[in-house]
Design a protein around this ligand. Structure first.
Ligand code: BES
Ligand code: MN
Ligand code: MN
Length: 459
């Protein structure tokens, strides 16, 4: 091929790129479920072999005690910046399976979208990066315009610590100037969006232990504490009717939302609130004194994900269960510290546990919140590249979701992260009928190509 541009190459190969993405999506790499162990290896292997074909060097699958990491680099552009690319090959479970219109691991095209678990989060978005690299290598005679490292993990959806351990252990050799994460969403179709803030998370399990064994509720009822009731009472005391979390000290470190950010969010609030409203199907409600957008992007939350215990089968069973379990998480914002939040909750539930009940709390996962400086030079370049690709001005947003690795990039490597995502609000991530706009997949490839070409002269 002569002197074609990387974007031209990517456009000419769209059909094959999409075909390959479907192969990737057929691998049911559900990180949470042990029965998918082999699929996790298969997905890591898929990423490895596809990186090998692009021209990346030092391509390796790194075994961990959990799911494998995939690493590769190409560092032959001295004097040019180094970009650390990141994505995850693991996906969320598919249940409730009966809600899917097509099989979750049999990618289906419909009205310009590709339907499959992981299409948007994050296989499709990760694959945009891989195909951008391939296109760049191809038209630059086996070279890239900048230095690139890529790190792909399989434990993002389960808050696994192995990728953080890898970064911490190799902090001295994993040098880079900026990280690139394509795992966030755009505000709306054709509205290029850079995410400049993510909430963190502190996820815990609380156990309430009552009697030594399950007991007959007729014989013992009235004389003992029921752990399920105790759990419900404890949970009710964590939040008041105004939506304030009542754990002592919880808000002490919460950074106020700046006046500028409040103003800039207000300008985009109407559309987002409408789309939130459309999707939830009930009235929006939350912490008094804050708008829905402020609550989602700049305020912490406390939610219960499940309460387990006792009897839930058909018909009656008159039992007072010995134990109850609740799964609970707090989304946290700058400058809250996950370990401190967990300690505050633990102390509080011990303080309020009713007599006859012993509670204990176990941390499941945690990650601090992140904010990216909108005036960072890499952020400014990325915003301009996106404007060029989508033909509209780039909007800066935050997200209520969490991507734990981003704070590790900041802490261990001291680099900013470009959260440049191509998902859309209605992609059904983590839900039945997940999809990715095929157009967004291709636009994503072009954006990553143009970003890397634009970073070439940035020392
Ligand atoms: N890609 C998402 C996070 C996300 C979604 C960021 C939308 C911005 C916009 C990620 O895969 C995710 O789901 N993260 C989990 C992390 C948790 C399991 C530690 C989350 O936010 O629940
Ligand atoms: Mn993701
Ligand atoms: Mn996810």
């Amino acid at each position: 091929m002569g002197n074609i541009s990387a974007v031209t190459y990517a456009r000419a190969n769209r059909h094959r790129f999409l075909h390959e993405l479907k192969e990737f999506l057929r691998i049911p790499s559900v990180s949470a479920l042990p029965e998918h162990q082999n699929d996790m290896s298969a997905a890591a292997e898929f990423v490895r072999s596809s990186l090998l074909r692009t021209g990346m060097e030092n391509v390796s699958v790194i075994r961990t005690d959990g799911h494998p990491l995939v690493y590769a680099d190409w560092l032959n552009a001295p004097g040019r910046p180094t970009c650390l690319c990141y994505g995850h090959y693991d996906v969320q479970p598919v249940d409730p399976i009966e809600e899917w219109r097509t099989a979750p691991f049999e990618p289906a095209e419909h009205e310009g979208n590709l339907y499959a678990r992981g299409a948007s989060d994050d296989k499709g978005q990760l694959y945009s990066q891989l195909k951008a690299l391939e296109s760049l290598f191809h038209v630059h005679g086996g070279k890239l315009p900048i230095n690139v490292r890529i790190l792909v993990e399989g434990e993002e959806e389960i808050g696994g610590k192995h990728v953080a351990q890898f970064i911490c252990k190799n902090a001295n050799t994993l040098t880079a100037d900026v990280a690139l994460v394509t795992d966030t969403k755009m505000l709306a179709p054709d509205v290029p969006t850079l995410c400049v803030g993510l909430r963190g998370i502190a996820y815990v399990e609380i156990e309430a232990h009552g009697p030594a064994v399950d007991l007959h509720s007729g014989i013992y009822g009235g004389n003992i504490q029921n752990p399920l009731i105790a759990m419900a009472q404890i949970i009710c005391r964590l939040k008041d009717e105004k939506g304030k979390i009542t754990v002592p000290g919880f808000y002490d470190r919460v950074a106020p939302i700046s006046v500028e950010e409040k103003a800039s969010w207000r300008r985009i609030a109407a559309d987002i609130e409408r789309s939130l409203q459309d999707r939830v199907g009930t009235a929006l409600c939350g912490e008094d004194g804050y708008t829905p957008l402020e609550r989602a992007w700049g305020r912490p939350t406390l939610d219960v994900h499940g309460i387990i215990g006792g009897f839930g089968g058909d018909g009656p069973k008159t039992v007072i269960p010995a134990n109850a379990l609740a799964k609970l998480s707090m989304r946290i914002v700058p400058d809250m510290r996950p370990a401190e939040v967990i300690t505050q909750v633990r102390n509080f539930i011990h303080e309020i546990q009713p007599s006859g009940i012993r509670v204990n709390l176990r941390e499941i996962q945690s990650a601090p919140a992140v904010v990216v400086d909108v005036h960072d030079k890499y952020v400014e370049i990325a915003a301009d590249v996106l404007r060029q690709v989508f033909g509209n001005r780039t909007v800066f947003v935050r997200s209520g979701g969490s991507i734990p690795i981003v704070s590790d990039f900041q802490t261990y490597l001291g680099i900013p992260t470009l959260l440049m995502g191509f998902g859309l609000p209605d992609d059904n991530t983590h839900a039945p009928n997940e999809k990715f706009g095929i157009r967004n997949f291709f636009k994503g490839i072009e954006a990553v190509i143009r970003l890397m070409e634009r970073l070439k002269p940035v020392a």
